[in-house]
Design a protein around this ligand. Structure first.
Ligand SMILES: [Zn+2]
Length: 493
């Protein structure tokens, strides 16, 4: 195996006994934080959680764990590693240099993301090799759950069965599909049955393109709890009595059209509120997951904001910047013609969309967090933290947002080891944040936050995910980010 792409080297540190001392604990199950606690990590697992708050110390006089490495986590919050349910690893893209995948892995780990679900584009075989090396703690990378890319040429149920067999023998964890117009309900049902039969734990991720004949109800009925609906496409469409009211010259292949008119579909669907709620109720009943990836569309409601985020200069590599820049010849770069009216439509769309995201949550639906990086000025790690902020903007309590970003993801991936969050015996995938993320998710950005003292003058810079523990190995997030900075400098054009 050629490992020359791992230019940054392996940065994990493993200890016989690793102690995280005096941390506030948020277990990712929707329960409130408590602490401080001492957490002992041994053999890649959480082996002890000891309460060391004043009452416990006084009443029970607990024996505090010792270890070769002790992390002072006073003032820090510990939560389960985050899950990015929708990421594209540019493994074959020559422009990225050999370390394109490593760049993304570092940014993920530096933001506490310890599991990623790859959604196609890369060569499946290479990603599967990364999955193995990551499980063995030989590369600096989150756990990979690899979705095989659905072959675009499949047109019949028989071909669908054959395609699942092929992917299964490759060893993928699930399937990512963007149904083209020729993918019928029958093809989808054949695929879903076969994925279920094959026992692929991560199931199916579907991006229902607006030119597909399928909508969210078709998908949910065929695939039930095996599927996550990515983005928002297909959900408002399922509530409309017919097609969206496209103008006569609409062309799906013209991305200005595609994204401009997508800015209005929720306005239209919202006139059929009962129908939208009925669609969501049925998704919830079927156990269908919704991974809204709100972050990747944010440039539509404020292009300048997305383009001018403070981390781009240091952490967005030149070839990605070029790939994001307006161009009629590439995907998701339609901002050469983006107007005030488009942004106004999208600002309103987000309001409506978020209202239904909250409805889905409040009625028991399983939401997850996906970044869809790297597209539209969003880069790995940073984008997932922004998605947490957007879920809060949708009206969901930060404690629940953390559940959505952690154990909901593990549940959707069929990851039984991690689905119960931080507890004794669980794999040690932990995110240690310098500050209270429930008070302000911005403390989790790699660029950190400025803290102003009461004297009105003194400013200290802090925040960020300070440490990430993945598979029991400890990563210094500052170090991971410095490597990214060096890589960005090396490839600056
Ligand atoms: Zn995607």
């Amino acid at each position: 195996m050629d490992l020359s792409w791992i230019m940054f080297g392996y940065k994990g540190e493993t200890y016989g006994r690793l102690v995280v001392r005096d941390a506030m604990l948020l277990n990712g199950r929707g329960t409130p934080p408590y602490g401080p606690v001492d957490i002992l990590v041994e053999g890649g697992r959480v082996s002890e959680i000891v309460n060391v708050d004043a009452i416990s110390l006084n009443r029970y006089k607990p024996k505090r764990p010792e270890g070769e490495r002790v992390i002072d986590a006073r003032g820090m919050y510990v939560l389960p590693g985050l899950v990015d349910m929708h990421i594209h690893i540019n493994i074959d893209d020559e422009k990225c240099g050999p370390e394109g995948a490593q760049y993304a892995y570092n940014l993920c780990l530096a933001h506490g993301v310890t599991t990623i679900r790859t959604c196609g584009f890369g060569t499946d075989e290479k990603l599967l090799e990364h999955r193995r090396l990551s499980e063995e703690n030989r590369i600096t990378a989150p756990h990979l759950r690899v979705l095989g890319s659905w072959p675009a040429e499949v047109q019949t149920p028989e071909e669908a069965v054959e395609a699942v067999h092929k992917l299964k023998s490759l060893g993928v964890d699930g399937v990512k599909i963007i149904p083209r117009p020729h993918v019928t309900v029958e093809v989808l049902e054949a695929m879903a049955d076969e994925v279920r039969e094959a026992g692929l734990p991560a199931g199916i991720a579907i991006h229902i393109a607006q030119n597909s004949e399928l909508n969210a109800l078709d998908v949910s009925r065929a695939c039930e709890d095996m599927v996550s609906i990515e983005h928002t496409y297909g959900i408002p469409q399922a509530a409309l009595p017919g097609t969206q009211s496209f103008p006569p010259d609409y062309n799906y292949s013209d991305e200005v059209d595609r994204f401009r008119y997508d800015g209005y579909v929720w306005h239209e669907a919202d006139q059929y509120e009962d129908e939208v709620e009925a669609v969501l109720d049925e998704l919830i009943m079927n156990g269908t997951v919704w991974d809204p990836t709100m972050v990747v569309y944010e440039a539509h409601r404020d292009y300048e904001r997305a383009k001018n985020m403070p981390w781009h200069g240091r952490y967005t590599v030149s070839h990605l910047w070029k790939a994001f820049s307006p161009s009629p010849g590439s995907h998701a770069t339609h901002f050469f013609e983006w107007k005030t009216s488009d942004e106004v439509a999208w600002k309103e769309k987000y309001q409506i969309w978020m209202r239904y995201v909250r409805y889905f949550f409040e009625n028991g639906g399983t939401l997850t967090t996906g970044s869809d990086t790297s597209f539209i000025y969003q880069i790995p790690g940073f984008a997932i933290i922004r998605e947490l902020e957007l879920l809060q903007e949708a009206g969901i309590h930060p404690i629940d947002v953390v559940k959505i970003a952690t154990t909901n993801g593990y549940a959707a991936l069929g990851d039984e080891e991690r689905v119960l969050g931080i507890r004794k015996g669980a794999p040690a995938d932990l995110c240690i944040v310098d500050g209270n993320l429930l008070d302000n998710f911005k403390v989790m950005y790699g660029t950190g936050v400025d803290r102003y003292a009461n004297d009105g003058v003194t400013v200290t810079h802090g925040g960020g995910v300070r440490w990430t523990i993945k598979g029991g190995a400890l990563f210094d997030c500052g170090e991971l980010l410095r490597e990214v900075e060096e890589y960005v400098e090396r490839y600056r054009v």
